[in-house]
Write a protein that binds this ligand. Structure first.
Ligand SMILES: *Cc1c(COP(=O)(O)O)cnc(C)c1O
Length: 467
């Protein structure tokens, strides 16, 4: 849950139905550059531009709804994380958005790649990604996934349960291979947005518990297992995190575990993965730290904790997903219907219905995620009106942007662009209401390329054995 919408707590209901953080803009055409990818600007004709192309001209080729990735922005972010964390291993979390082209961008940028399903692993392998730089996650990996990982030479498998150790012992024996593993542990830290909770969050499905002792037992078991190479420990504490408090507690608890393992076996494990979840700016409320600042904080934390335990600093890794792909893409929709609804207190709300919705971005419906939006095909001199951008699906919760100021003269046919839509949107897209999923294109230096083509009704209906 990113933000709760409790009437009266975040809404300044006396003067405006807008949330307190969302001030009415002086200029409805202005772009908050922190939300948009780096080549986005409003051109002389008032339309948005990205990668040297106007958004309306891209949409002429692709139609809407569409995700448009700013290739230069994606590559720059990948390089920024790599350089800020020099000496660490940076694994991009493929679940945030993965396709063949993205896998090749990552490889070119020198990043590792985390996958967590047979599908994601297959995309990476077919894209020719170096298997040694792949990590396989998952709390319920199938034999098929594990077999493919073991036979293709995946660099590390992040073990999530005692039963997975048994499965790996059986499969490595059967295939006559070795498995390189990290043990995923639950540190009791759970972080979301601006908060973290350092106790009582053991009650979830991932990993082996440090508190309950299962983590140490699992590690010792891997250590004694003839075909398993235990590299180290993995912790992932949550998502959309803005401060390092949670990482500090997680580092202390994982290093204490590595210390206990040393006492039990005499061996110092060489790797520690601190996971992902680094926050991005979806709206003007969010101010993420730069990768360089984060890197400086994290290394200080780890060095401090290592000194405390008398441990050498391990080989460290992190797994940013949304921080690389999220801000790099916008979603663009066409406005279909505009209506105003009385909401009490003398206020009305402008509902803007677009040709997409919860099928192409489930995050607002799934965890009340906030987004922003701007008109993409023109500038407007009309008054800003508090608006809600909603989808075409048969659900009241089918909201894309809960609160945003859009011009009063918005009309059917206008284009709406939603920034920071590159992560967990296409990758979580569904076919709800038999809606074909939108394409993903990239644009750079004026050239548009297809990353994933638009799904057609024929693609969809091909699965229906009764048609
Ligand atoms: C989801 C996930 C990530 C990436 O999270 P982001 O919020 O996209 O950075 C990294 N590691 C693990 C284990 C995850 O489950």
């Amino acid at each position: 849950m990113t933000h709760m919408h409790v009437a009266g707590s975040i809404h300044a209901d006396a003067t405006s139905p807008a949330p307190v953080w969302l001030a009415k803009p002086d200029d409805v055409n202005a772009l908050d550059q922190r939300l948009w990818s780096r080549t986005v600007r409003r051109g002389e004709d008032g339309a948005l531009e990205v990668g040297g192309r106007s958004v309306p001209s891209i949409v002429e080729e692709t139609g809407t709804a569409v995700y448009i990735t700013d290739e230069a922005d994606f590559l720059a972010r990948a390089a920024e994380w790599r350089d800020a964390f020099e000496g660490w291993h940076v694994y991009y979390a493929g679940k945030s958005f993965l396709c063949g082209t993205v896998a090749r961008w990552l490889e070119r940028a020198g990043l590792g790649l985390d996958v967590c399903s047979l599908g994601e692993l297959t995309v990476a392998l077919r894209a020719g990604f170096d298997p040694a730089k792949l990590g396989l996650h998952g709390n319920n990996k199938s034999d098929e996934e594990l077999r493919l990982a073991l036979t293709s030479g995946v660099g590390r498998i992040i073990v999530d349960s005692a039963q997975e150790i048994t499965r790996l012992e059986r499969l490595t024996e059967e295939l006559d291979v070795r498995a390189r593993v990290l043990i995923r542990v639950t540190t009791g830290v759970e972080a979301h947005t601006h908060e973290y909770i350092a106790t009582a969050h053991e009650d979830q499905k991932f990993g082996l518990s440090i508190n309950g002792g299962q983590a140490l037992v699992g590690m010792v078991r891997c250590f004694h297992s003839p075909r398993i190479d235990l590299l180290g420990v993995h912790s992932h504490i949550g998502s959309q995190i803005f401060d390092t408090n949670g990482f500090e507690v997680a580092a202390r608890r994982t290093l204490k575990l590595i210390d206990q393992f040393r006492e039990a076996t005499g061996v110092v494990l060489s790797e520690l993965d601190l996971g992902g979840g680094f926050g991005i700016a979806y709206t003007s409320q969010d101010s993420p730290a730069s990768p360089a600042d984060l890197a400086a904080s994290l290394i200080e934390i780890v060095e401090h904790e290592c000194r405390g335990f008398g441990l050498p600093v391990p080989q460290l890794s992190i797994e940013p997903g949304r921080a690389i792909c999220g801000p790099a893409a916008m979603a663009v929709y066409t406005v279909g219907t505009v209506k105003s609804v009385e909401i009490g207190g003398g206020f009305s709300r402008r509902y803007v219905s677009v040709d997409g919705g919860m099928s192409d971005n489930i995050r607002p419906a799934l965890y009340a995620a906030e987004y922003s939006a701007s008109v993409a095909n023109r500038a407007s001199s009309a008054e800003p009106v508090l608006s809600r951008v909603v989808g075409l699906h048969c659900e009241g919760g089918d909201i894309l942007v809960r609160d945003v100021w859009l011009p009063d003269d918005l009309r059917p046919g206008d284009l709406i662009a939603v920034p920071a839509a590159g992560a967990y949107s296409r990758s979580m897209a569904s076919n709800y209401n038999h809606t074909p999923r939108p394409p993903v294109v990239s644009v750079a230096d004026g050239t548009v390329s297809t990353l994933i083509r638009r799904e057609t009704l024929d693609d969809l209906l091909a699965l229906d054995a009764g048609l």
